[in-house]
Design a protein around this ligand. Structure first.
Ligand SMILES: *[C@@H]1O[C@H](CO)[C@@H](O)[C@H](O)[C@H]1NC(C)=O
Ligand SMILES: *[C@@H]1O[C@H](CO)[C@@H](O)[C@H](O)[C@H]1NC(C)=O
Ligand SMILES: *[C@@H]1O[C@H](CO)[C@@H](O)[C@H](O)[C@H]1NC(C)=O
Ligand SMILES: *[C@@H]1O[C@H](CO)[C@@H](O)[C@H](O)[C@H]1NC(C)=O
Ligand SMILES: *[C@@H]1O[C@H](CO)[C@@H](O)[C@H](O)[C@H]1NC(C)=O
Ligand SMILES: *[C@@H]1O[C@H](CO)[C@@H](O)[C@H](O)[C@H]1NC(C)=O
Length: 567
């Protein structure tokens, strides 16, 4: 499409029509302007929308596929859910603990655009399991409890109207049974699976003959209530791993099996399960050659809360931020900050702008059955670029408690899907915190209808980009654009237990922004010229949501697959 220039077209509509005709119908989805996210709430706080009254299950694990559908997953050993399997199917699992013959579903596929729900069939127990999308957009899902503890499962997503379902893999099984482990996609397309309850090893999937590896840190970071579960794992741009557990963290070279650096202990409370803080790696930036990695860890619970929950102590109110790379001679120090609210079991995720949303959880107590009180109804947004002390803004509150076993995921239309909350061992629809089947969207300010004119619309984007190769995105804005449009890429994580496994965000560089034409009113059409991520250590091969942002107002995303040259 590089030969398009304003020389040849007198009006924008002719130009766009010509482009659409030349590329076929593939892009009409992103061309459609129907905006389900537009809102009329007050500007400043965002608003909430109920998407589903009854999802059938309380989603303990949630992941958004590159078809925009959402895989929701609970555990199987929980008794009948509120949605049955279709076509009279039932699950006969002699090893199942709760229900030997179970005709209800424990996983569902949700399509936000049509608000439709389809039951999925999961066979072995996924309680406190882990997962990650792979290079082809397939969700690889590992471990759990009981007969599922060493299982590997696969969900290969399909278009919303097609039928796709979970597959249980007979081989390879995990080398160690794992629940409460964390997965991370690696540059070579393998997954690393780190830790788990009473398991101090890591392993690779597929193993390719490599045996599991003992990592002493996974043991030494534990305490009386095992505050080192669901470790925070982030792939750093220099191809090492940042691993955080409890209050300690290391830089780990997974190729050489060596601890490159032990980092200073974070001040304050324990931060991992069952104390339940959360963490993200802040956006990697093209203007820093994607080499600067900073980790943010927020929230947590007081030590011993899990062992002795009453009287539900105050949760942590602090965040720590640490520069990991480039490594300085001196040991880095945690820069501490205060959130507007205390929070345990918060979910941290990226908005399309690169701001961090902290949502869900409780102000008192910790993770586990009925261990929390005082829900944290107010989401807060953290702007990583603002000065210390001015980074947080408070958003409109929800009315639905989202405590243990709840999730939050960014949707490609910029909304945030909020699901789950079950602080009981079974489905219990009574008491002060009943099992929650409702699914909501938190709708950030940028989707307010007042900003509709500023919202960029992506007309054409590549379906896949090759490392370091140039690519173009064609976009229109019905506004007098001031300054430069931004291009951001964010992965789709596997979200469970307050941590988004595999989440990463890239602030790319628009190298050239060429205005191709103008239409009626303030309609302008642009070509944005950019370069794909430089390496799989910056962005492991996978699908990413690509957003164009105009003065803080994002487009809807298109999914772009980042691939190796040979693929
Ligand atoms: C907001 O928009 C919704 C849907 O478009 C409409 O039903 C509602 O009345 C509006 N509320 C206000 C206060 O304008
Ligand atoms: C599921 O099927 C069972 C048996 O037919 C029935 O009793 C139950 O009401 C159904 N549940 C739902 C949520 O449809
Ligand atoms: C990269 O951009 C950010 C945000 O604008 C800025 O804070 C930072 O200083 C820039 N880095 C370089 C090396 O220019
Ligand atoms: C818990 O936080 C509240 C403020 O929200 C404060 O008044 C109270 O003193 C705190 N409790 C403890 C034990 O620190
Ligand atoms: C651009 O905005 C004008 C009003 O300012 C509207 O009439 C027109 O339909 C819009 N065009 C597109 C393509 O959204
Ligand atoms: C174009 O933008 C200007 C400045 O924002 C605004 O005053 C004007 O109404 C817009 N024109 C149209 C047709 O929307």
């Amino acid at each position: 499409m590089d030969d398009i220039s304003h020389c040849c077209f007198s009006s924008l509509s002719i130009l766009i029509t010509a482009i659409l005709a030349s590329v076929g119908s593939v892009f009409t989805a992103s061309w459609a302007t129907g905006d389900s996210g537009a809102s009329n709430g007050s500007i400043g706080g965002g608003r909430w929308e109920l998407l589903l009254e009854n999802a059938g299950i309380a989603s303990m694990h949630t992941a958004v596929t590159h078809y925009g559908t959402v895989v929701m997953l609970d555990r199987t050993n929980i008794g009948p859910s509120s949605i049955n399997l279709s076509d009279g199917r039932c699950r006969y699992n002699p090893l199942e603990l709760a229900l030997k013959v179970d005709c209800s579903a424990h996983s569902v596929l949700f399509t936000p655009e049509t608000r439709s729900l389809r039951p999925l069939f999961i066979y072995t127990d996924t309680w406190c399991s882990s997962g990650q999308f792979d290079a082809s957009g397939t969700l690889l899902q590992t471990g759990g409890d009981n007969e599922g503890v060493a299982k590997v499962r696969r969900f290969t997503p399909c278009p919303p109207d097609d039928v796709c379902d979970w597959e249980e893999l007979d081989a390879p099984a995990l080398q160690d049974g794992r629940w409460y482990a964390t997965n991370q996609l690696l540059p070579d397309s393998r997954h690393i699976v780190v830790g788990g309850r009473s398991v101090f090893t890591l392993e690779f999937l597929p193993p390719n003959g490599q045996a599991k590896t003992f990592l002493p840190f996974l043991q030494t970071s534990s305490d009386e209530q095992t505050d080192n579960l669901y470790p925070f794992v982030h792939l750093l741009p220099d191809d090492t791993l940042f691993i955080f557990a409890n209050r300690d963290s290391i830089v780990y070279d997974y190729r050489m099996n060596t601890v490159v650096r032990a980092l200073p202990r974070i001040p304050g409370e324990p931060r991992n399960y069952p104390s339940a803080g959360s963490s993200v790696m802040l956006p990697l930036r093209a203007n820093e050659s994607y080499a600067r990695a900073e980790i943010l860890v927020c929230g947590g619970a007081q030590l011993y809360c899990f062992l002795y929950p009453a009287p539900f102590p105050n949760a942590s109110q602090t965040c720590g931020r640490l520069v990991i790379t480039p490594a300085e001679e001196q040991q880095p120090e945690w820069e501490m900050d205060y959130m507007p609210f205390r929070r345990a079991m918060g979910d941290m995720l990226f908005l399309p702008t690169g701001d961090v949303l902290i949502i869900n959880g409780a102000q008192n107590g910790c993770q586990g059955w009925d261990n929390a009180r005082n829900p944290a109804f107010y989401p807060v947004v953290y702007n990583p670029d603002a000065p210390l002390g001015a980074r947080f803004t408070t958003k409109a509150p929800s009315t639905i408690p989202r405590l243990y076993h709840s999730t939050a995921n960014l949707l490609p239309d910029g909304r945030v899907l909020v699901a789950g909350s079950n602080t009981h061992q079974f489905y219990t629809y009574s008491g002060s915190f009943p099992t929650e089947l409702r699914v909501e969207a938190f709708i950030p300010d940028y989707l307010h209808e007042a900003f509709n004119m500023m919202r960029p619309v992506i007309v054409i984007a590549p379906e896949r980009v090759v490392y370091s190769q140039p690519f173009n995105v064609y976009v229109y804005v019905n506004d007098t654009v001031q300054g430069e449009l931004e291009l951001n890429m964010v992965s789709s994580p596997f979200t469970t237990h307050s941590f988004s496994q595999g989440l990463r965000f890239l602030k790319m560089k628009v190298e050239r922004q060429i205005e191709l034409g103008e239409g009626d009113g303030n309609l302008s059409f642009f070509q944005l010229h950019a370069t794909a991520p430089p390496s799989p250590t910056v962005a492991p091969p996978s699908y990413y949501m690509l957003f164009v942002v105009n003065q803080g107002i994002p487009s809807k995303a298109v999914w772009v697959q980042v691939i190796y040259p040979s693929a």
